[in-house]
Design a protein around this ligand. Sequence first.
Ligand code: NAD
Ligand code: DAU
Length: 376
Amino acid sequence: MRPMNPLHTNLLVTGGAGFIGANFVRAHLESSPTSRVVVLDALTYAGNLANLEGLDANRCDFVRGDIRDTPLVCELLRRHHFRALVHFAAESHVDRSILGPDLFVETNIVGTHSLLKAARLVWIEEEPGAHRFHHVSTDEVYGSLELSAPAFSELSPVRPNSPYAASKAASDHLVRAYHETFGLDAIITNCSNNYGPYQLPEKLVPLLIVNCLLGERLPLYGDGLHVRDWLHVQDHCHAISLALASGTAGETYNIGGENERTSLEILRLIVSEIDHAFEREPLLASKYPNCPSASGRSCAELVAFVRDRPGADRRYALDISKARRELGYAPRAVAGRAFEAAFRETVRWYLTHDAWWKSVIGGQYREWVALNYENR
Ligand code: NAD
Ligand code: DAU
């Protein structure tokens, strides 16, 4: 294992109360026992302090605040003498960007620019020296791939199709520009679809699991044959640590799982895991009485093909050879049995963490679901 560079040990983490941010903070504190982290998070509908529960408060400080608040970010960098930050904070859901794009421009573009301004002021103008700005981005910036086309490389044209993807692409451009123009030590990782614990049930995997358990319909957009490259969140977090420690300033790295699956395949895995879990554990029937498997039927009966997203991307796939070569990255849960084991473990996590997901599917969430799925 590479020794941890002290520069990358103590970190400001934006969006650390969200899905990937929280998994990253947990992994970072565990793998680097002397490290300290300050999480800056606005606790939007997607942020949840429960995602950080159990962490040592002496090593993980939480600040509720907005990344658009440049003076606050400067103050945090100065006060804690941090020389590195990992930027997760974003509006991250494509469906929401279709219903309301403005917030995506505000958070993802203006917010990222605010962080860049703060980093430039503190790390370049006030106290010049080593520093690192790690921007967490997405494969969606490349747009959609034909089924037979080779995977996207870092040199593929940027052709975002949704307002979400466009706002992330714009933020990537700003990060790159701050490196080229002002000498900011910045790197970008563009990652594929994550699954794992603490993901809000508005995204495909947790939404399908929770709906199975509640006996609600399983909405598959279009023909259900859209392809995504599924990666366990811990693999993504590991890749971020590698890039933070040894990525080259100004570079972009694709992070994927080499694990392409259709939404229908993902749904079948979930249904099969839940049906089997109910067969093995009779107590689940009393815990989730509305789940079809509780009465010996299959969750497959809940499947509903619904209207697709406008401008839906058919396929994403990433060529990860640069990250393999330059960072020593490899997805640990790669295609085949390893993926299925990691995926089953994720389904189990939601089966046993119902208190967590029940707490996030309350009033506001219900309103959003009604709006998103009405007339679909
Ligand atoms: P998420 O929606 O679960 O979490 C986003 C977090 O950002 C929340 O905690 C929210 O409160 C916070 N936030 C939002 N606006 C803020 C603001 N103005 N100031 C401070 N905090 C704010 O997102 P996620 O799925 O964990 O994604 C994290 C990052 O990774 C995003 O940048 C996303 O684009 C990127 N990404 C996600 C995936 C994926 O599969 N989920 C894949 C590739 C890249
Ligand atoms: O590729 C990386 C991206 O992955 C991240 O940048 C985004 O933040 C993250 O949300 C995710 O975007 P997707 O749009 O690919 O993920 P989502 O889970 O929303 O949808 C995955 C696929 O499943 C997509 O083809 C749409 C489909 N889908 C989604 C939902 C919510 C359904 O069929 N039914 C649904 O109800």
